[in-house]
Design a protein around this ligand. Structure first.
Ligand code: ZN
Ligand code: ZN
Length: 333
C-alpha cells in the first residue's frame, strides 16, 4: 500500500546521521554532553505565563461544559482548526523546519507557517532551536523539557519557569543558519505577536459567531480556548508521556518511547523512540500511514508536487539498529 511509494530518498546505510542532510546536523544526539554534578536547579517562576496558562485551562474546562449546546458547524470548525494547527507543528515546525526531513515548495511553506501561527507554540525559529537542543542534549539540563525533571516539568512546567542556564548556553551555540536564511521563517518571527493574536484567538472566535450565528460565548470557549488547550496538551504529551511511558524497540539507551495514544492525539508523533533514533526520517516512525496523519498529509502534498525529497530510513538499517540497541520488544511482521 503505502510501501509502493518510490519517490522518497531511502537511506540505506544510516551513518551517525550527519551527512544525510548537509544543511543540518545539530539535531543529532550528543552523548558526550552530560550534566555537571550539583544541587537541583532553582526554579524561577514566570508568573505571567502561570496566570495565562491557568486562565486558558479554566476557560477550556468551561468550554467542555458548552460542547453539548454547540452548533454542529462549530464543533466541526474547532476540529478542523485543531488538525490544521497540529499540522503546523508536526509537518511544519517539527519535521520540516527543525529536522529538515523533507523539502517543501513555497505554497506549502506558506500554508504551514499560517497553520503554525494558529497553534501558538512560539515562532518556528524558537520552536526549532528548543527542539534541536532537545534532541542533541536529551535528558540533560540543556534539554528545554528535560524529562528527568518529571512529568509535569516536561509537559508544561518548563514553559512556566525561566530556562535553565544550560539551555541558554548550549541552545545559543546551535547552528540555526538554515532558518535564519529562510525569509518566511524570519517574517513570521518579526510579526509573531499580531499574527498569533489573529490566528489563534481572534479568527477562530469570530468565524463561528459571524458565519453561522454561533453565540460569542460558545465561539470563544469552545473554538478558541478549548481547541487551543487540546492542541497544546496533545503536543506536550510528546515531551512528557512519550519520554516516560512505552517500549523502546529501537534504542533502549535513550528515554524516548513508542506511545500509540500520543500518536493518536499528536497526529503521528508518538513513535518517539524511533524518532530520537532516526530524527532525519520524514515519517517520524518506522511506518508511514499507521496512526500517522502527518505522514499522510506530507505524502498527499508530495503527490501534488508541493513536498519532495522525503528522507526515509531503509528497513534493513532499522532492523540492524533494533538488533544492536533495541529493548527486545520489537514485533516483526
Ligand atoms: Zn523527544
Ligand atoms: Zn524531533
Amino acid at each position: 500500500m503505502s510501501g509502493s511509494y518510490t519517490t522518497t530518498t531511502t537511506i540505506t546505510a544510516p551513518p551517525s546521521g550527519a551527512d544525510i542532510r548537509p544543511e543540518i546536523k545539530d539535531d543529532i544526539h550528543d552523548p558526550s554532553y552530560q550534566d555537571e554534578e550539583g544541587p537541583p536547579p532553582k526554579l524561577e517562576y514566570v508568573w505571567r505565563n502561570i496566570i495565562l496558562m491557568a486562565l486558558l485551562h479554566v476557560g477550556a474546562l468551561y468550554g467542555i461544559t458548552l460542547v453539548p449546546t454547540c452548533k454542529f458547524y462549530t464543533i466541526l470548525f474547532a476540529y478542523v482548526y485543531y488538525v490544521v494547527s497540529a499540522l503546523g507543528i508536526t509537518a511544519g515546525a517539527h519535521r520540516l523546519w527543525s529536522h529538515r526531513t523533507y523539502k517543501a515548495r513555497l505554497p506549502l511553506r506558506v500554508f504551514l507557517i499560517i497553520a503554525n501561527t494558529m497553534a501558538f507554540q512560539n515562532d518556528v525559529y524558537e520552536w526549532a532551536r528548543d527542539h534541536r537542543a532537545h534532541h542533541k542534549f536529551s535528558e540533560t539540563h540543556a534539554d528545554p523539557h528535560n524529562s528527568r525533571r518529571g512529568f509535569f516539568f516536561s509537559h508544561v512546567g518548563w514553559l512556566l519557569v525561566r530556562k535553565h542556564p544550560a539551555v541558554k548556553e548550549k541552545g545559543g551555540l546551535l547552528d540555526m543558519s538554515d532558518l535564519k536564511a529562510e525569509k518566511l521563517v524570519m517574517f513570521q518571527r518579526r510579526y509573531y505577536k499580531p499574527g498569533l493574536l489573529l490566528m489563534c484567538f481572534i479568527l477562530p472566535t469570530l468565524v463561528p459567531w459571524y458565519c453561522w450565528g454561533e453565540t460569542f460565548l460558545h465561539s470563544l470557549y469552545v473554538a478558541t480556548f478549548l481547541r487551543y488547550a487540546v492542541v497544546l496538551n496533545a503536543t506536550w504529551l510528546v515531551n512528557s508521556a512519550a519520554h516516560l511511558f512505552g517500549y523502546r524497540p529501537y534504542d533502549k539507551n535513550i528515554e524516548s518511547r513508542e506511545n500509540i495514544l500520543v500518536s493518536l492525539g499528536a497526529v503521528g508523533e508518538g513513535f518517539h523512540n524511533y524518532h530520537h533514533a532516526f530524527p532525519y526520517d520524514y515519517s517520524a516512525s518506522e511506518y508511514r500511514w499507521h496512526i500517522n496523519f502527518t505522514t499522510f498529509f506530507i505524502d498527499c502534498m508530495a503527490a501534488l508536487g508541493l513536498a519532495y525529497d522525503r528522507k526515509k530510513v531503509s528497513k534493513a538499517a532499522v532492523l540492524a539498529r533494533i538488533k544492536r540497541t533495541g529493548d527486545g520488544s520489537y514485533k516483526s511482521g
